[in-house]
Design a protein around this ligand. Structure first.
Ligand code: DAH
Length: 347
């Protein structure tokens, strides 16, 4: 009888040793769990061991039972102590790998910048919108009629030579000037008219200051009693807003078929204040746009009575304004898309 007790006590000691050895080897909470299940889980070694109780003589049951229970409690304690130690260690390791150096420079996301043309176009629209102008955009592929004939430039008119035109067919062309939009607007709307027409134009021309494609901003005002003084007043306001306070305008006689009289508009040099410098080539003035009073033939052709209404129009090159405003000396920079150039124009 005592033999059974002795054998069981021996086995208990061995099991305790086995558990202790296994626990020592545990490195992670995963293996800890596996080992815990191996001994304490359902069908684990300890519960299997409980089965030997049936072979234990009745008088030894209390003592053996108490020893087995003590082993179980001991094992549970060991496992739970180890569990918290391992969790602490694992957490420490995790903190270490996830640690960030808050003094490291951040990763910046590169952002784009608006093209100088876009900046100028938007600024012009905002200046003229403040004076009551609305925007009309005409087509880039135009009829000969809108681009020339209706603008008082019929076929064989010498003024057609002022612009080298890309023809698509006999009658279709890439518009050479946003002035074409004037006709489209006047055909549809009755005065008062106050529109601004930005867009791309095309001419067979290519050198340091000309490009086969460039952008223009057209303006047209038609109403009763519009005079050249209204044009001058509006231009003064425009010049101050785009080039700075103190900038003045001056009108010089010129020629455009669709305006009479026609003027070339200069602004006083914003670089030297009019004293004369490299920018204004010593003259104190910089040419910025063409303008004039809408030719009565043009009004008539659009069904607007020139004895009742009059108007002025103006047209400027957006690239030219951008070059002046930002001190860009080569027009090609505006077409190459080089980000080293473009990123300098951030808002
Ligand atoms: N269309 C002219 C050009 O491209 C510019 C121009 C001049 C427009 C006088 C106008 C104007 O509206 O009145 O050279």
């Amino acid at each position: 009888m005592n033999d059974v007790k002795q054998v069981i006590e021996e086995k208990i000691t061995q099991l305790k040793k086995k558990i202790a050895e296994s626990i020592e080897k545990v490195q992670s909470s995963d293996t800890l769990y596996q080992i815990k299940m191996k001994f304490l889980g359902r069908g684990g070694e300890l519960s299997e061991f409980m089965k030997v109780m049936k072979d234990v003589p009745k008088e030894d049951k209390p003592t053996i039972g108490a020893v087995i229970n003590a082993l179980k409690t001991w094992a549970e304690n060991e496992f739970s102590n180890l569990e918290s130690t391992i969790k602490q260690l694992e957490l420490k390791a995790q903190y270490k790998t996830e640690a960030i150096d808050v003094t490291m420079p951040g990763l910046t996301k590169p952002t784009g910048a608006y093209h100088p043309n876009t900046l100028v176009r938007r600024e012009l629209i905002s200046i003229f919108a403040g004076m009551g102008f609305t925007v009309f955009e005409g087509p880039e592929i135009e009829n000969d009629y809108y681009n020339f004939t209706a603008l008082n430039t019929p076929k064989d008119h010498p003024a057609r030579d002022m612009q080298d035109t890309f023809y698509i067919t006999e009658d279709l062309l890439l518009r050479t000037q946003t002035s074409a939009g004037q006709i489209r607007v006047m055909e549809k709307a009755q005065p008062p008219i106050k529109i601004l027409s930005p867009g791309k134009v095309y001419r067979s021309d290519d050198d340091a200051t000309h490009s086969p494609m460039f952008s223009q901003m057209e303006g047209l005002v038609v109403d009763k009693g519009i005079t050249l003084c209204d044009l001058k007043g509006m231009l003064d306001e425009f010049a101050r807003k785009i080039f700075g306070n103190g900038v003045k305008t001056r009108l010089r006689p010129s020629y455009f078929p669709f305006t009479e009289p026609s003027v070339e508009v200069d602004v006083s040099c914003f670089e030297c204040g009019g004293k004369g410098c490299r920018l204004c080539k010593g003259t104190g003035w910089i040419e910025v746009l063409g303008a004039g009073m809408v030719n009565r033939h043009v009004l008539e052709g659009c069904g607007v009575d020139p004895d009742v209404y009059s108007g002025f129009a103006f047209g400027m090159g957006i690239e030219r304004i951008a070059m002046l405003k930002y001190g860009i000396n080569n027009m090609k920079l505006l077409f190459e898309g080089d980000t080293r150039f473009l990123k300098q124009f951030k808002g």
